[in-house]
Design a protein around this ligand. Sequence first.
Ligand SMILES: N[C@@H](CCC(=O)N[C@@H](CS)C(=O)NCC(=O)O)C(=O)O
Length: 265
Amino acid sequence: MSAESTNDLTEIFVTSGDQPKPATNPNYLRLYGHHLCPFVEKARLALAARNVVYQNCEIDLSNKTEWHVAINGGFVPVLEFPDGTIIHESKVIMEYAEEAYPDQGYSTLPDDPVEKAQLRLASLIIDQVQAAYYPMYMKKFGFDDNDLKNLKEKLQKVEDLLAQRQNESGFAWGTENPTQLDIHLYPLMSRLQYMRGSAFNEHIAERIDPETNYPRIIRLVEAIRNREEFKNAVTQKIPQHSIIQKLVELPEGQRLSLSLPVKFE
Ligand SMILES: N[C@@H](CCC(=O)N[C@@H](CS)C(=O)NCC(=O)O)C(=O)O
């Protein structure tokens, strides 16, 4: 790891708890993350919408360094600027990407302040879906009928929200380009779709059957995935399956943390 490149765009890896912090990149932003983290995925999507170039640094979250814990308790995403300034929290990074590059890519918010507020209000729905998703992962095969009912209700709320404005583009706000609402929805909704063919196929995917029951959600997921600028920003299906497999094999009561490397077969 000592030969890492800290002043160009070569991807770097922090894989052990005693690895020193890579020197600040004097030429580019650096995004500290993990390729399986849905919050990092939001940051990557927002940066990609604005066509922002950055160096990627993958962090082993099962083996945290002191310097990372000192930044924010050891969470990702973290964004570092060429002068060493650091920001974190996916929502904060999304807003930074939106505001700092008005002449690049496209805006992920409407111009009109009232529309903007309405979109932000609609985006809060993701917190409810996330709360319904959590037991599904944590209880694994102990996921019960009440959890399923709750999750289905929340997904129906998303489907109803999409029914208001989604058009042929597939994006939630009926816009030509994706908005922050799409970026908030995509990571969780794509994970739902990625349960197909995974260790959670029969237990969860079959019972939710998103393709039949939530066609608007699936259309949004596909619309995001088909965008050229997001090709390298979205989490891929095979790594997603590998993490579900790891979760399934995890001893009861143990917490899953995102390690490196993750085997993709
Ligand atoms: N509120 C944070 C949440 C980020 C978060 O939970 N990231 C997870 C990975 S998906 C993490 O860093 N976990 C480290 C840990 O649990 O110790 C954000 O939106 O950025």
